[in-house]
Design a protein around this ligand. Structure first.
Ligand code: ZN
Length: 283
């Protein structure tokens, strides 16, 4: 989803970040209505025999306001402490689901090749596809918050709307899967200093990507395959299981995953900030 022009404007925006972030911090000191505390951070209600209550997750660690999101595994490691990723590591991220048709197909493919992935879920897609969302977590994958409604210009939303988008998705994902995401991906990779501050306030690490095959635009299986095969170690790859017909993405991944593994690349799992990473998953 990156084209050169938006990339340039994005970088310009990031360069101007500190000044704007400072202004935002000043603005933030004005009295504002206190947002409702997210449900997943409050103490669980007393359990009743009819309604067992999930334990509240451990509070994720504070996240500093970053000047730019995480683009690569090296960036990730700078923000989320842990052992260095292997030199031949890549990470696969899958956005816009869960989807009742494409998510299960992709899950089976990942399982076949023992590949972990990060699923960036949209809250209103979890709604109605709860079992699919649970299957993602059951298979051992990590879930990121990808907003409630996937706004087109996320970077321009006022803070209160940013908070609502993140909070509503967070509650839905946690209530459904028991996993409280600590990673946040902005729709379309649309970031701003205000949004980066909003992510930090919600204790979420802002995560972008470094290899975009533009599979969402359905450019054809060969184009998606070619772009993904051009991946280099240390990159975070972007694909989609939601948002429309993902037959091209699925077909490309069927070729790309075994091909990258044959090249010696290792698909690594991103772990939750604050959680102990499990042993390196060999892809
Ligand atoms: Zn998206």
């Amino acid at each position: 989803m990156i084209n050169p022009r938006t990339e340039v404007s994005r970088r310009r925006l990031l360069r101007t970040g500190p000044a704007i972030a400072g202004a935002l911090m000043l603005a933030a000191s004005a009295p504002v209505p206190q947002p409702r505390r997210p449900r997943y951070t409050t103490a669980p209600r007393p359990a009743t025999p009819q309604q067992p209550v999930k334990p509240a997750p451990a509070r994720t660690p504070a996240v500093p306001v970053l000047k730019r999101p995480v683009f690569t595994l090296r960036d990730y490691r700078r923000v989320v402490p842990g052992p260095a990723f292997p030199g031949d590591a890549v990470a696969l991220t899958i956005d816009d689901g869960p989807h009742p048709l494409w998510t299960p197909k992709i899950l089976r493919l990942l399982q076949k090749h023992h590949v972990p992935a990060l699923f960036c879920m949209i809250g209103n897609q979890v709604l109605g596809h709860e079992a699919v969302a649970r299957d993602v977590v059951r298979d051992g994958h990590l879930v990121a918050n990808h907003t409630w409604s996937h706004p087109v210009r996320m970077s321009r939303l006022p803070q209160a709307k940013v908070h609502r988008e993140l909070d509503r998705a967070q509650n839905k994902i946690y209530d459904t899967t028991g996993q409280a995401p600590a990673l946040f991906r902005s729709p379309g990779g649309d970031w701003s200093p205000g949004l980066l501050a909003g992510a930090a306030k919600a204790r979420m690490v802002p995560l972008d990507w470094s290899d975009d095959p533009r599979d969402w635009s359905r450019p054809g299986v060969p184009a998606i395959t070619r772009r993904l095969l051009a991946a280099r170690p240390g990159q975070i790859l972007l694909c989609h299981d939601g948002g429309g017909d993902r037959s091209q993405t699925y077909a490309a991944l069927r070729t790309v995953i075994p091909a990258l593994k044959a090249r010696g690349y290792r698909f690594v799992a991103l772990h939750q900030p604050g959680a102990q990473p499990t042993k390196t998953q060999k892809g």
